[in-house]
Ligand binder design. Structure first.
Ligand SMILES: [Zn+2]
Length: 613
């Protein structure tokens, strides 16, 4: 009678005594080898070559008796240390808890095999087919799986420290809670893989394909994902501290609440990615493509955002303090309620961006470009806007205290209710008319706010000794005050239709005709003296009066030298040596004397007034 091995699984395996209840038990029915009491696979002292031969013959042998469950062959708990099983056909075999330390399984067929809890330390599985295999809780430390096929394999909680998975095919692999510290996954295919809660500290994943992969809560501290494809990947709440994502593709990826402190995202493609509440403090995003990215409530303090493309990005309530956004593109981006103190936006493009209610204290927007930028209610105190090109900027209610506006182009904007105290201006500063505010102004209140903004700018220019610029804002201010008076004017206020009355009653208490008077006065001042500072207009009036008078004297037979007559009449009084024959011309001479004297006095007033600023 042939003596049977009788190895009980899992009772006889010391490696898996824990959780014994979970296992499907098996018993080895192979014949006992000479002098060991166990079969060749279960006797530890059997030579490696003999074991390998035995294991290889398993597939060709008729199935051994005993309960096999779902497995083709039972090799549970087999001791195969250092065995050479290259190209072996072990598909569907049960190798649970097997000792395969240093075994060579290159190119082996292990499809659907169960290597659960197996010891594969330093084993080589290069090019092995492990599709649908189970490696759950297995120990693969230092194992080589280069180019292995792990499609749909279960590597849950597997220990893959220092393992080599270079170019491995791992779509839809389960790596939940796997320990992959310092593992090498260069160019591995991890499409749709589940890497949740896995530890990938210092792992190398350069140019790996992680499309649609789930990396939620995974630890990727100091890992390298250089050039990796993470399109549509889910990396929520993961730890990516000091991770290298250089040139990585993260298009439409989800990175909500991810810890990316000190990460290197240089030249990475993050377009359309969701980075809500992400921690990017001290991260490097230089030259990164962040178009349409969501960075709402993200912490980006001290990050390097040089040349970054943030077109259409959502940066609402984000903290960008002390970050560098030099030459960044923020076209149509929303920075509403964001904190931007100490931020550098030098040379940044801000066309159509919304910086509403943002705090930009001490921020630098030097040489930034931003047509129709909205800075409404933003705090820009102490910020630098030197050489910034911000046409039609909306600064309503913005705090611009102490802002450096030297060489800034802020024309056509809206500065209503903004605080312009102690702003620094230069000859190159171009504020001009607030055309967008004036176009929108429809009531006296709006015109009053516009006029006050002009007054603030006038004072700033005046303080800087820029008389010409101050004069221009004086004209704009007075003009706005004129429009304010017109808006205040009311005729309809006089007329009241009382209840039941057939005809409207007129009362003098409610209307405001005086405002029309003020507007008229303002208009006269504008067309004659340019609000007391424009001598050109007055000169035109002088020439008109002089020329009209000269033509009249020419027609009069009593005056021999009309030009001389007009000059003397204009400057002093009609000369006594000639008398106009026509009474109307005589009267005109008196008008010219009066008008000429008045205009000369006004000219003196204007010239004196011009230097008052
Ligand atoms: Zn046995």
């Amino acid at each position: 009678m042939v003596e049977r091995c009788g190895y009980q699984w899992p009772a006889d395996c010391p490696r898996v005594e824990r959780r014994a209840g979970e296992w499907q038990a098996s018993c080895c029915a192979r014949p006992v080898a000479d002098g060991t009491g166990r079969c060749r696979l279960h006797a530890p002292e059997t030579a490696a070559e003999e074991k390998a031969t035995a294991a290889r013959s398993v597939a060709s042998e008729p199935p051994a008796t005993g309960r096999r469950g779902p497995f083709v062959e039972l090799l549970d708990g087999a001791s195969l240390v250092g065995c050479t099983l290259g190209g072996a056909s072990l598909a569907g075999a049960a190798l649970r808890g097997a000792d395969l330390r240093g075994a060579a399984l290159d190119g082996a067929d292990l499809r659907g095999a169960s290597l659960r809890d197996a010891d594969l330390r330093d084993a080589t599985l290069d090019g092995a087919d492990l599709a649908d295999a189970t490696l759950r809780d297995a120990d693969l430390r230092g194992a080589s799986l280069e180019g292995a096929d792990l499609t749909d394999a279960n590597l849950r909680a597997t220990d893959l420290r220092d393992a080599n998975l270079r170019r491995a095919t791992m779509p839809d692999v389960k790596l939940y809670r796997a320990d992959m510290r310092k593992a090498y996954l260069g160019r591995a295919d991890l499409t749709g893989a589940n890497v949740e809660s896995a530890d990938l500290t210092k792992a190398y994943m350069g140019r790996a394909d992680l499309t649609d992969a789930v990396l939620g809560r995974a630890t990727l501290t100091r890992a390298s994902l250089q050039g990796a494809d993470l399109t549509d990947a889910s990396i929520g709440r993961a730890t990516l501290q000091r991770t290298t994502l250089y040139k990585a593709v993260l298009v439409d990826a989800y990175l909500g609440r991810t810890d990316l402190r000190g990460a290197n995202c240089n030249s990475a493609d993050l377009s359309g990615a969701n980075l809500a509440q992400v921690d990017l403090r001290g991260a490097n995003l230089r030259d990164a493509n962040c178009a349409d990215v969501t960075l709402g409530r993200a912490s980006v303090s001290g990050a390097n955002l040089r040349n970054v493309d943030l077109t259409g990005a959502n940066l609402r309530e984000a903290t960008l303090s002390e970050s560098g956004l030099e030459n960044a593109t923020l076209t149509d981006a929303s920075l509403r309620d964001a904190t931007l103190d100490g931020v550098t936006l030098d040379g940044a493009t801000l066309h159509g961006a919304t910086v509403r209610s943002a705090i930009l204290t001490d921020a630098s927007l030097e040489a930034a470009h931003g047509a129709e930028l909205t800075l409404r209610e933003a705090d820009l105190s102490g910020a630098t806007l030197a050489d910034a090109d911000l046409p039609a900027v909306d600064c309503r209610g913005t705090d611009l205290t102490g802002v450096d506006c030297r060489g800034a182009r802020l024309g056509g904007g809206d500065l209503r209710d903004s605080d312009l105290t102690e702003i620094t201006v230069s000859q190159g500063t171009r504020c001009g008319a607030q055309t967008s505010a004036e176009d929108a102004a429809d009531d006296a209140e709006a015109w009053d706010a516009i006029a006050r903004a002009y007054n603030d700018l006038k004072r700033a220019y005046s303080a800087a000794g820029l008389v010409g610029k101050a004069r221009r804002h004086h004209v704009l201010e007075r003009r706005a005050r004129g429009f304010e008076a017109r808006a205040n004017g009311s005729v309809t206020g006089y007329v009241h239709l009382l209840d039941g009355a057939r005809t409207p009653t007129v009362s003098l208490s409610d209307g405001n005709l005086g405002a029309y008077g003020a507007y008229l006065g303002s208009w006269v001042s504008r067309v004659t003296t340019g609000f007391g500072v424009r001598p050109f207009r007055l000169t035109v009036w002088m020439l008109v009066l002089f020329a009209v008078a000269a033509v009249a004297y020419e027609l009069d037979p009593g005056i021999t030298e009309p030009i001389y007559y007009s000059v003397v009449t204009f400057t002093t009084a009609p000369p006594v040596d000639s008398e106009p024959a026509i009474p109307l011309v005589d009267a005109l001479a008196l008008v010219e004397t009066f008008g000429g004297t008045l205009l000369i006095v006004l000219l003196g007033y204007i010239l004196g007034n011009r230097e008052r600023f």
